[in-house]
Structures are given as structure tokens and as C-alpha cells.
Design a protein around this ligand. Structure first.
Ligand SMILES: [Mg+2]
Length: 350
């Protein structure tokens, strides 16, 4: 039976404007892909992340190209063959969309959820953290922190304010006053070496659990310099933007204490599993994260989360119009669907 690839825009509206060191987002235009074989449909999603300079047109052109169709047109059980046959593309977003859909098709063909096919225990999924973006309206910001702290045991505070690390420090200290939840801080490349050296020890004294991407992604010498200057008991440093695909893990050994793996950055579930194995070999901790994505991509990532130390899989919660339902949240625990493949279904409005 022939396979077709359908591409559809997936316009995701954020519940509140999301401000990172890169700027503010209110809507993200992702792409949904459907692999259709007869009446069987497998789902994939490409995040289109503006600050990675990807375009929906480029991703759509790749996933519908004849060479990709040729690669997909094979026995659904031969997942590795299909993945290996995909033509090379620099777009990890396009590769992730197809990798997710091929895994969905594989799991559906076997009649089991992905986590079960991998032998994973869903009880081992770490509680998800919840992200609080920067906000210059201090009262609104602290109210968000306070409210989120009622539901989530770990809050991820975005930092890297254009006003300097002192502004971040002031905001994080104020947040510490209004919640009992554990805090971690993500600077999204937003500090330079001097700022990182100034703020990280203070964050350690405040009990911050880890600090993510304190320095610009390409400044690996900076990681070395900052680590040398930090007190021995500094909070663990996680790489996010500095780690992309499998090849970027080894250069961070000895520099980052952990890595934040996202399917959209590395190209899907198969490379993500390779990265987890590699990180463990280097003694690094593992976080499974996501972009602004619907329940399709977030659920795919959640199937891997039993292998992680931290889960940062809150994106579907930040979206007001998620058309799908997959991984669910009970308090801050992620509950995987017990359906074949990804286990994602169209969202039924309540
Ligand atoms: Mg991050």
C-alpha cells in the first residue's frame, strides 16, 4: 500500500506571551505531518523555532520530497531501515517530525506504546518542571510563580535579562520569597562570563537546583573559565543551546554537568536515545525538554522521560489551542497514554 505524507500548519497560541532572552512570542507556527497508509495514520510534528532560522516552507519541501517518500515506503516494522534511508538534511526539525511519525507507525504496527517497546517503566518519569518566562510586571510575575508553585515542585525561571544579571538576581530572589517550590534557572545564552561568575554562586546560596545555558552557545572556553572560577559546590550547569545533535555531546564532557535533550534539536527519538547513552558514558545528567510544541511532540519526548533525571515537558500546558491529547498531567506527574505508538488522539473539547 502506498504511503502519503500530509503537511498541515499547526498554529499554536501561547496562553501568556512568552519572553526569553531572544524576545517575546505569542504564536508559534509549527507543522503537523501525517503519514497515511490506507486508513492508518501516524503523526509527527516539526517545531518551527524562529531563533533557529528554520522555515515552514523548507521543512514542508523536505518531508514531501520524492526521496523522503521512497524512504518511508517500506515495512513499518523496519523502523531503523526507514530512518537510515532518509536523505540527509541540515534541518533537525524536519528529521524530528519524520522520526516521531515513524516511531508512531512502528508502535502502532506492534500494538504497544513506545515506552513499553523500549522496556521503560513509566513510574520513573521525573516530575516535570514548569517554566516561568521573564516579565517586567513584577506583581504579575510573582503571582505566576506563587500559583505555579502550588502545582509544581520545580519551577524553571527564565533569565538573561537585557538589563543585566542584577535584574535576573533581583527577580529570582523575589521569586524565592513567594514559593516553597524548588527553583532552577535558564539563562538561554543570556550572560557573559563575568555575569555568570557573579550570579551563579549567589544562585547556589539560594538553593537553585541547576543553572541552564549560562553562556553563549559557542563559548565553550567560557564554560571552562567560569567553572574554574566557581566555588566547588556550585549548582550543576546544564547545556541546552550548546548541545544540539549527537555530535555535540562529547565536546561538553567535563564542561557541562548535564544536557537538555530536545527532539527538535537532535532530530528525533533515535538520536535522543543515542545522546542519553553518550551522556551517561560521560557521567552527565540528562534532562528531556521540548520547544513550544503540541501534545504530538511533547508526548513523543515523554515516552523517553523514564531515562531522564529531569523532565521539562510543559509546552502543551503553555498552549491555549492544543488540537491533540497525549501525555497528561496529574499535579506535576506526567502520565503516559497507554495506547499504541505515541498514543496521541485528537483533542475532544470538554
Ligand atoms: Mg533551555
Amino acid at each position: 500500500m502506498t504511503i502519503t505524507v500530509e503537511v498541515e500548519p499547526l498554529s499554536l497560541t501561547l496562553r501568556t506571551p512568552f519572553t526569553l532572552s531572544y524576545g517575546t512570542t505569542t504564536v508559534r507556527e509549527n507543522l503537523l505531518i501525517r503519514l497515511r497508509t490506507g486508513d492508518q495514520i501516524a503523526l509527527g510534528e516539526a517545531a518551527i523555532v524562529p531563533y533557529y532560522h528554520e522555515t515552514a516552507g523548507r521543512v514542508a519541501a523536505y518531508v514531501t520530497s520524492p526521496a523522503v517518500l521512497g524512504a518511508l515506503n517500506r515495512d513499518p516494522l523496519h523502523l531503523e531501515d526507514a530512518l537510515n534511508a532518509l536523505p540527509r538534511t541540515p534541518s533537525s526539525f524536519a528529521r524530528a517530525a519524520l522520526d516521531i511519525a515513524l516511531h508512531d507507525r512502528w508502535g502502532s504496527a506492534l500494538g504497544e506504546p513506545l515506552y513499553r517497546l523500549w522496556g521503560l517503566n513509566p513510574q520513573r518519569i521525573p516530575a516535570t518542571s514548569y517554566t516561568i518566562a521573564m516579565d517586567d510586571d513584577e506583581a504579575a510575575y510573582l503571582e505566576r510563580v506563587r500559583a505555579a508553585g502550588q502545582q509544581f515542585g520545580l519551577l524553571k525561571l527564565k533569565a538573561g535579562s537585557p538589563a543585566g544579571w542584577e535584574r535576573d538576581w533581583q527577580r529570582i530572589r523575589a521569586a524565592r520569597q513567594v514559593t516553597g517550590a524548588a527553583l532552577c534557572v535558564d539563562a538561554n545564552n543570556g550572560w557573559d562570563r563575568a555575569a555568570a561568575q557573579a550570579i551563579i554562586p549567589r544562585l547556589g546560596e539560594l538553593g537553585v537546583v541547576f543553572v541552564e545555558q549560562p553562556l553563549p552557545r559557542d563559548d565553550l572556553d567560557g564554560w571552562r573559565e567560569v567553572r574554574r572560577a566557581l566555588p566547588a559546590d556550585h549548582p550543576p550547569l546544564f547545556a541546552d543551546e550548546a548541545v544540539q545533535g549527537v555530535e555535540s555531546v562529547a565536546p561538553l564532557a567535563g564542561l557541562a554537568d548535564g544536557i537538555n535533550i530536545k527532539l527538535a534539536k537532535c532530530g528525533g527519538l533515535r538520536p535522543a536515545r543515542d545522546m542519553i547513552a553518550l551522556a551517561r558514558a560521560f557521567g552527565m545528567q540528562v534532562m528531556i525538554g521540548c520547544m513550544v510544541e503540541s501534545s504530538v511532540a511533547v508526548t513523543a519526548a515523554a515516552h523517553l522521560a523514564p531515562l531522564a533525571d529531569y523532565a521539562d515537558l510543559d509546552a502543551n500546558l503553555l498552549i491555549a489551542n492544543d488540537p491533540f491529547e497525549g501525555v497528561l498531567l496529574k499535579g506535576d506527574r506526567l502520565i503516559l497514554p497507554d495506547r499504541p505508538g505515541l498514543g496521541v488522539t485528537a483533542h475532544v473539547a470538554d
